[in-house]
Ligand binder design. Structure first.
Ligand code: KIV
Ligand code: ZN
Length: 545
């Protein structure tokens, strides 16, 4: 039964925390001077269909999150798959500044796996959760409520044997009786939890109701000052950011969020929106995060390039139109005084509006400067040479090369540095009004060279069918998206595809001035991700095993 505003009295729960429960240091409580940004792009975000990332891609993303200066990176759900475990371990070995977090159900085997995955982390957190709403407790867990509290306490205690930083979440808190939330939260803190998270797992609450719930927890849990209250909201009704902000207003000091708001179903609270709301309206909220906001745009772009999932043009903060002024009256106002129609500057989120043009004579130095401005600072010499080579080739085909073209080159360089089994060597396609579309494709597979020809309903279909037959794979094309990167007839075309092979999904990207070549590159990029990541089953990744 959903909680209601009328609940004001605290009912006593039969559960009594064990007096032997180990206490850890208070984590700040309401004295916390900034809002902790807990990024879950690599865990809850990766639960979106087709968002599967390779370990190398997770490391790239984690590095950028470190530059963004998030406080906590939730890197995966260790027990869900070997791929998740490996990725958490690899991120733990690479990232030093943010806390690395591993998710676990309130079960001994999960906590053990989470603890092991964090072995190399400099700063580590175990995040354990159990469902608390009546519907989950009765229909999913089928356990008495006292037993649920007992499992939560045991999980927190076990997690404390690996780290002092333990977070406890009541899954589906948004539909849980508030007194029961208070009881389990009190017990978890008594057991040693340093962060207590109140998730709106199904995106059911409204800002006023969620804010009141957080205020209720703050007021009615006697030991609440020993922990940080965290909010974790899903966007099913489009209220995740508003709900999270309502939580902050009522005392929450950690927000769980994802880049571009990606996540299960309609997604999670968007990091860029919450951070910029706190910054732009500091007059109202009175507290901010420590995020380096100038890194927001690069982080958003990197995620798009890794997942192949574009953001809508009118998306707040990071959409292509977020800082565009189309109406004459607005343009006039902005030219006279920017603040007439702008509440924040594009520079403050790292978006540099102007699209600098490069050409054949720009040289390595100008190219390197552009890369730096676009946020690619840690490119090694091999990647740089590959990107510069691709840039020079593009200059031969295209008179003016824009920043967005360079981004596309970097995206393909990123894809090219991933482990791959298949490499496109040659493609020739014939199509037209009177011709049966036919493709001849040559693909390198290690030392082998495979070649075949086939026809299809169109040139892309002909190429894809030929590749499938040649490689002996059957794919389902879940998504195909073609866009022109910049204007002009010679524009680069970027193709994004989402493929499914036996329940394993991946997104792939390819760009070229020839859209058929771009389509084939995207197809092989996705296929390579699937075949070189056999331990990563999308059906399992990030989900309960
Ligand atoms: O939405 C949710 O409840 C979660 C928990 C695991 C925190 O993602
Ligand atoms: Zn969630």
């Amino acid at each position: 039964m959903p909680a209601t505003k009328q609940q004001t009295t605290r009912q006593k729960t039969p559960y009594k925390p064990s007096p032997s429960a180990k206490h850890s240091k208070p984590a700040g409580g309401s004295k916390q001077d900034h809002v902790i940004i807990f990024d879950t792009t690599l865990r809850d975000g990766e639960q979106s269909p087709g968002f599967t990332l390779h370990t190398e891609e997770k490391i790239k993303m984690a590095r950028q999150l470190e530059r963004l200066n998030v406080d906590v990176i939730e890197a995966g759900f260790a027990i869900a798959s070997q791929g998740d475990f490996d990725a958490i371990q690899a991120v733990s070995q690479t990232i030093r500044k943010p806390v690395i977090c591993s998710l676990a159900r309130a079960l001994p085997k999960d906590i053990e796996r989470a603890g092991d995955s964090l072995k190399y982390a400099k700063k580590k957190r175990i995040h354990t959760f159990i469902a608390t709403s009546s519907i989950h407790v009765e229909k999913k867990l089928k356990l008495p409520r006292e037993k649920v509290i007992e499992l939560a306490v045991d999980a927190v205690k076990q997690a404390l044997t690996y780290t002092n930083d333990v977070e406890f979440s009541c899954e589906d808190a948004g539909r849980t009786d508030w007194d029961y939330i208070c009881a389990i939260v009190e017990a978890a803190i008594e057991a040693g939890a340093t962060t207590v998270n109140i998730p709106d797992t199904v995106g059911y609450t409204t800002p006023q109701q969620y804010g009141e719930c957080i205020a209720y927890v703050k007021k009615n849990v006697p030991n609440i000052e020993q922990a940080v209250i965290s909010v974790h909201c899903h966007d099913d009704l489009g209220m995740a950011v508003a709900n999270s902000l309502a939580g902050v207003v009522n005392g929450a000091r950690q927000v769980e969020c994802t880049i571009n708001g990606i996540g299960e179903r309609a997604g999670n609270c968007s990091l860029e929106e919450i951070v910029m709301a706190l910054k732009t309206r500091k007059d109202f909220f009175g507290i901010e995060s420590k995020v380096v906001t100038e890194e927001i745009f690069n982080t958003s772009r990197l995620l798009v390039s890794l997942t192949g999932m574009p953001v809508q043009a009118n998306k707040a903060i990071v959409g292509a139109n977020a800082f565009a002024h189309e109406a004459g009256i607005h343009q006039d106002g902005v030219l006279k005084e920017r603040s007439t129609y702008e509440i924040m500057t594009s520079e403050s989120v790292g978006w540099h509006g102007e699209n600098i043009i490069l050409g054949k004579h720009s040289g390595r130095h100008a190219f390197r400067d552009t890369l730096k401005r676009l946020g690619c600072r840690d490119m090694n010499a091999t990647d740089f040479d590959a990107a510069f080579g691709a840039f020079m080739k593009l200059c031969d085909k295209k008179k003016k090369v824009y920043e967005d073209d360079i981004m596309a080159i970097i995206e393909s360089t990123v894809a090219d540095t991933l482990p791959r089994m298949y490499e496109l060597q040659y493609i020739n396609v014939t199509s037209g009004t009177e011709t049966v579309p036919t493709a001849t494709v040559r693909i390198g597979k290690g030392d082998e060279v495979l070649q075949d020809a086939g026809c299809g309903d169109g040139p892309v279909d002909a190429a894809y069918k030929t590749i499938e037959r040649m490689l002996g794979v059957e794919t389902t094309l879940l998504d195909y998206h073609l866009e022109a990167i910049t204007g002009g007839k010679d524009a680069l075309g970027r193709v994004t595809v989402r493929l499914d092979v036996d329940g394993r999904q991946a997104a792939g990207q390819g760009s070229d001035t020839d859209v058929i070549v771009a389509s084939v590159r995207a197809f092989l990029n996705a296929l390579n991700k699937i075949v070189t990541n056999p331990t990563h089953d999308n059906a399992k990744a990030g989900r309960e095993p």
